[in-house]
Design a protein. Structure first.
Length: 338
């Protein structure tokens, strides 16, 4: 099946110039079959999508910084949810592209806001609207250098970049989880969905820890974590946390799992993290987890662990009690044969 907007754009827009096309932000669900595959250089830093695109035969890289200084004939951008990340992608494309930049996105991706920005930045071919989204071709007049990604500091000693989870501050759920971790942990700990590394850094400060394995699907977030944690006990894995395996088991897993890949909450994603944690834990291991209070994870936890208890972090008064936004869990004794 053709992409609902790309196929229309190929008929309506001026022809794409000869040469290589830079593709930014393509997901495994985005159909690129209307374009010649051998002309495409795809950038995708989300590990599951990267794996699928690579298996389909695309020339795919996790970050544009890994490319040689190539100038592309044109670019195609699939908008992410973050506007700062979207602008950064457009600026990166502008720096590498001498021809048009096609931008595709749904209404919920902020396509109308980006269209307005690009009209202010230069010439725009009138957009095509289809399937609750738009595609347009832009020819920016300037270099858009002010949109290029810059590091920010959400906490002392830490850096993040546009588009990573909780880029502007430490996520409160992670803070709560760190507050309920025991004073001593097993020697080998895994952090599933480690992000830019704040929670893992707290784990490294706990007695007994010899190894912390950070597993993160977002390449940019993991690169930030590498900058944030220089402790030699940290090991970094760019991988899908729901589908990772090790030749050893862990004494503890900590996680603040994502609950959506689109704008809609998807409890199945957190449940997949729970199953993954149970598979890499030793039979005496413990899972420590935080989740938004409205997400129904108790059933998934009890299907994978024999013991499940809710934990309570200290409140402002000093007493421990339920948090209005988050639930904290300890799960122990993974079910054999899971």
């Amino acid at each position: 099946m053709s992409h609902p907007r790309i196929s229309l754009a190929l008929d309506a827009f001026p022809p794409l110039p000869d040469g290589q096309i830079l593709v930014l932000g393509a997901r495994e669900s985005d159909d690129l079959s209307d374009l010649a595959q051998d002309r495409l250089t795809v950038i995708r830093g989300f590990a599951p999508d990267f794996a699928v695109l690579k298996a389909r035969g695309f020339s795919v890289f996790p970050a544009i910084e890994g490319l040689e200084a190539t100038t592309f004939a044109a670019a195609l951008i699939f908008l992410p949810r973050s506007k700062t990340e979207a602008r950064a992608m457009i600026a990166q494309a502008r720096a590498r592209t001498k021809g048009p930049i096609w931008i595709d996105g749904g209404k919920t991706d902020g396509i109308d806001s980006i269209l307005k920005d690009m009209r202010a930045a230069g010439e725009v071919v009138p957009p095509i609207s289809k399937a609750h989204g738009k595609i347009f071709a832009a020819h920016p007049a300037g270099d858009l250098a002010e949109w290029l990604p810059v590091e920010t500091s959400p906490a002392e000693g830490f850096v993040t970049r546009p588009g990573v989870f909780s880029e502007g501050k430490v996520d409160r759920g992670s803070q709560l989880l760190a507050a309920v971790l025991p004073p001593k942990l097993p020697s080998r700990v895994a952090d599933l969905g480690a992000g830019w590394g704040w929670l893992s850094a707290q784990v490294l400060g706990i007695r007994g820890v010899d190894e912390v394995h950070l597993i993160e699907a977002d390449y940019t977030a993991l690169e930030c974590a590498r900058l944030n944690i220089t402790d030699p006990r940290a090991q970094f894995h760019w991988a899908d946390a729901t589908d990772i395996s090790f030749d050893h088991r862990f004494g503890a897993v900590v996680m603040n799992p994502p609950f959506h890949t689109t704008r809609d909450a998807d409890p199945a994603l957190g449940a997949a993290f729970i199953r993954a944690a149970s598979k890499i834990l030793s039979l005496s291991g413990n899972l420590y987890m935080v989740a938004n209070r409205h997400l129904p994870y108790e059933t998934a936890l009890r299907s994978q662990f024999k013991e499940v208890e809710e934990l309570f972090a200290p409140q402002a008064s000093g007493a421990r009690g339920p948090d209005g936004a988050f639930k904290l869990y300890r799960a122990a004794k993974p079910v054999i044969g899971r």
